[in-house]
Write a protein that binds this ligand. Structure first.
Ligand code: CAA
Length: 260
């Protein structure tokens, strides 16, 4: 499949989606959001993808936000549709049955930070600047930032970022728990690939189910979530990969997982 605004690649079990509008600092317009949703669907259809990396083209930005030029003439109805496009694409990402990694290689602002927040693991280059500057344009976050940011860094930090519109650098982002690690720009993609390959070497169903347990369980009462965990744990015992994983351990050899 070809895309106008994305570069979609696969190497072994690792997929990479690069938002490719470097002249506009990879701003998210409707086409990017639609293509992103399509690329996520297509990658999910390919069993072989067990971990997915998202990043931005060029050396300045991950994504500098929703496309302001496209939003400027919008009325409320179009803005609602546009917001929905973002919510749908990002929910697809969150629901993907494989790990997703944001390689934040520069500005991650507004919709760009919201995209990163929809990924499972966030790693940043020293050059990254992160923020929710929507208030500068007299709007709120529109692709989930007011909710996912709170869940990650807590209410008051999220309010500070959203109310001031300030950018934080990568170190500060790590301090407040927004990103996991900070590294030199040239180390970012190799690091993300290494993490992706490590995850891809594990039992794929175990990764998919672990992700779902964390995501769904987060909003559930603890006892109900733990019951769900016990059921998922039990169900995995009926899989080829579970038998393979335990047999391989006992036979002192590496396991060969098939996702079955
Ligand atoms: N939308 C559209 N175009 C954008 C953009 C965006 N979000 N961010 C940058 N660009 C474009 C600029 O218009 C400029 O294009 P031209 O060369 O054609 O003029 C190009 O990218 C380079 O940007 P700058 O010249 O501004 O570069 P800079 O180094 O001076 O500043 C920046 C970089 C601080 C990131 C600045 O571009 C900026 O503040 N961008 C906007 C950030 C923002 O407000 N993001 C939130 C958008 S609202 C949103 O995302 C809503 C939501 O939640 C859904």
């Amino acid at each position: 499949m070809t895309y106008e605004t994305l570069i979609v690649e696969r190497s072994g079990h690792v997929g990479t989606i690069t938002i490719n509008r470097p002249k506009a600092l990879n701003a998210l317009n409707s086409m990017v959001l639609k293509e992103l949703a399509r690329a996520i669907h297509e990658l999910t259809d390919v069993d072989a993808v067990r971990a997915l990396i998202l990043t931005g083209a060029g050396d300045r930005a991950f994504v500098a936000g929703a496309d302001i030029a496209e939003m400027a003439p919008m009325g409320p109805w179009q803005a609602r549709e546009f917001s929905e496009l973002g919510h749908v694409a990002f929910a697809l990402l969150e629901d993907l049955p494989c790990a997703t990694i944001a390689a934040i290689n520069g500005f991650a602002l507004g919709g760009g930070l919201e995209l990163a927040l929809s990924c499972d693991l966030l790693y940043a280059s020293e050059k990254a600047k992160l923020g929710q500057p929507e208030v500068n344009l007299a709007v709120t976050p529109g692709f989930g930032g007011s909710q996912r940011l709170v869940r990650l860094v807590g209410k008051t930090r999220a309010k500070e970022l959203i109310f001031t519109g300030d950018f934080v650098d990568a170190q500060k982002a790590k301090e407040i728990g927004l990103v996991l690690e900070v590294m030199k720009p040239e180390e970012l993609m190799p690091h993300c690939q290494k993490v992706a390959e490590k995850i891809a070497s594990k039992g794929p169903l175990a990764i998919a189910k672990s992700k779902r347990l964390v995501e769904r369980g987060y909003d559930m009462p603890l006892r109900a979530a733990n019951r769900q965990e016990a059921e998922t744990f039990a169900l995995l015992f009926d899989t080829h990969d579970r038998r393979e994983g335990m047999a391989a351990f006992l036979e002192k050899r590496p396991p060969v997982y098939t996702g079955k």
